[in-house]
Design a binder for this molecule. Structure first.
Ligand SMILES: Nc1ncnc2c1ncn2[C@@H]1O[C@H](COP(=O)(O)OP(=O)(O)OP(=O)(O)O)[C@@H](O)[C@H]1O
Length: 389
C-alpha cells in the first residue's frame, strides 16, 4: 500500500456472462471521500461493474482484470473468505431493492445489530443501541420502537433508509449504491438520495453511485463515468462534463435533460421538429435515436457509431448526396484535376466503424474520452441531436 494509492483502482475490468462480453475493458479510480457516478443506458454494464466490486456477480458471470482496494486487496476473483472480511467493514452495497437486502423474518433492528456484531465484539445491548442510533441517523422517527418492526411493516422509503443505515453502520471506506432509489416514487427518491449523500459525508466514505438519474449526478456526484455497451466513453469531473461533454454519447444523454440541467442547449429556444423524446414546459427535448446494441452482436469499431451523428456525418455515402455529387462533378470538370484521395484518408473517415476507440486523456488528465471524433464535437453539441426531436 502506498499513501497515494486511490481507494479503488479498477483496471481493464472484463465481465462475461456465458458467451456475452458485457463489460469490455473498463478502468477507473475512486478517490477518498468522493462520489463517482456511473451512468449510461440500460444494459451498459453498470450493475455488473458494481457487483463485480462486491463479489456479487450473478451465476454464470466471470470477471477478469483488476480492482484493487487501496492498492493491495484484489477484488476481482477474490475468494469468499476475502469478501467476508470486507463486506460491511470496508465495502458495502446499497441495492436497488431493499427487500432483497433485508431478511423478512427478523426485526429490522436485530438485523442492524447483527451487522454491528459481525464486525466488532460488542455486547448485545451495545449493538442494539448502535442499531437504534443508526436508524435515527437516517431520519427514522421513534427509532427505538421501529427497530422492533419487520421489513414489511416499513414503507418502501423507510426500508431503503434502513438499508442505507445497514450499509453505513460499520463506516466502510467504500459504499456501492446500485440504482438505490429506482423502486421509489420521485419525491421519496430525492429524500433518500439526499440522505445517502449526507451519511456519506458524515462517515467520509467514498461512494460509487450507479444511476440513470442525471439530475442526481449533477447534484450529488463529484466525478462521472459514462458507459456504453460495456465500455467507458467518457469520464471526468461532473461540472466539466456537464458544461462541455466531449463524447457524442454523453452530449446526447445531456441533451435530453431539461434545459436548466443541460447547459449545452439554450433554455429559451423552442425546438422545431417531429415528436420524439421528452417534453418540458411545452418544448420537446432532443434524444439519441435508436437503441443500444445487442451485446452478442456488437459492431466492429465504436459501439455507438450506428447512433452517432458525428460518425454518420463521416460516412462516405452520406458525405455527399447524389445531387451534390453531380454538382461537384460539374465543378470538377471546370477545375484543375484534383489529387486523388489518399486511401489512408478514406480509411480514417471510416474508423468509427472499424476501430475501437481507446480512452485518451485530455488536458491535465482529469478528463478521459474514448471517441475518434471528440475534437469535432461542436460547442453546442445538443444541436446534433435536434433531428431526433
Ligand atoms: N443475470 C444475468 N444473466 C444474463 N445476462 C445478464 C445478467 N445480468 C446482466 N446481463 C447482461 O449484461 C448486460 C449488462 O447488464 P447490467 O445489469 O450491468 O446493465 P446496466 O447498465 O446496469 O443496466 P440497467 O440500467 O438496466 O440496470 C445486460 O444487457 C445483459 O445482456
Amino acid at each position: 500500500m502506498h499513501p497515494a494509492d486511490p481507494l479503488l483502482s479498477v483496471r481493464d475490468l472484463r465481465i462475461a456472462i456465458g458467451p456475452v462480453d458485457a463489460v469490455r475493458g473498463l478502468s477507473f479510480d475512486v478517490r477518498d471521500g468522493e462520489v463517482l457516478a456511473i451512468v449510461g443506458e440500460s444494459g451498459a454494464g453498470k450493475s455488473l461493474t458494481a457487483r463485480a466490486l462486491l463479489g456479487m456477480l450473478p451465476r454464470g458471470a466471470t470477471a477478469a482484470g483488476s480492482a484493487r482496494l487501496r492498492g493491495e486487496t484484489e477484488l476481482v476473483g477474490a475468494r469468499r473468505q476475502v469478501y467476508a472480511g470486507l463486506w460491511g467493514r470496508r465495502i458495502a452495497l446499497v441495492p436497488q431493492d431493499a427487500l432483497s437486502a433485508l431478511s423478512p423474518v427478523h426485526p429490522v433492528g436485530d438485523q442492524l445489530a447483527a451487522a454491528v456484531g459481525s464486525v466488532r465484539r460488542v455486547s448485545r445491548k451495545e449493538a442494539r443501541a448502535r442499531a437504534v442510533a443508526a436508524l435515527e441517523q437516517v431520519g427514522i422517527a421513534d427509532a427505538g420502537r421501529r427497530a422492533r418492526a419487520y421489513p414489511h411493516e416499513f414503507s418502501g422509503g423507510m426500508r431503503q433508509r434502513a438499508v442505507i443505515a445497514m450499509a453505513m453502520i460499520n463506516e466502510p471506506e467504500l459504499v456501492v449504491a446500485d440504482e438505490p432509489t429506482t423502486a421509489l416514487d420521485p419525491g421519496t427518491q430525492r429524500h433518500v438520495l439526499e440522505l445517502l449523500a449526507r451519511r456519506r459525508e458524515e462517515t467520509g466514505a467514498s461512494l460509487v453511485l450507479v444511476t440513470h438519474d442525471l439530475a442526481a449526478v449533477e447534484e450529488h456526484a463529484d466525478r462521472m463515468l459514462v458507459m456504453y455497451a460495456g465500455r467507458a466513453v467518457e469520464s471526468g469531473p461532473v461540472d466539466e462534463v456537464f458544461a462541455r461533454p466531449r463524447a457524442p454519447y454523453t452530449a446526447g444523454l445531456l441533451a435530453s435533460l431539461p434545459p436548466d440541467l443541460s447547459p449545452a442547449l439554450p433554455a429559451a429556444e423552442p425546438l422545431p421538429g417531429r415528436a420524439r423524446g421528452g417534453r418540458v414546459a411545452g418544448r420537446r427535448l432532443p434524444s439519441i435515436a435508436g437503441a443500444p446494441p445487442t451485446l452478442a452482436e456488437l459492431p466492429p469499431g465504436c459501439a455507438f457509431a450506428p447512433r452517432c451523428p458525428l460518425a454518420r456525418r463521416a460516412e462516405p455515402a452520406e458525405l455527399a448526396e447524389p445531387a451534390e455529387l453531380a454538382e461537384l462533378a460539374e465543378l470538377a470538370e471546370l477545375a484543375e484535376p484534383a489529387e486523388p484521395a489518399e486511401p489512408a484518408e478514406l480509411a480514417d473517415d471510416d474508423r468509427c466503424r472499424t476501430e475501437l476507440p481507446e480512452p485518451q486523456r485530455l488536458g491535465d488528465g482529469e478528463r478521459e474520452v474514448a471517441c475518434h471524433r471528440w475534437s469535432e464535437l461542436p460547442d453546442r453539441p445538443a444541436e446534433l441531436f435536434l433531428e431526433n426531436v
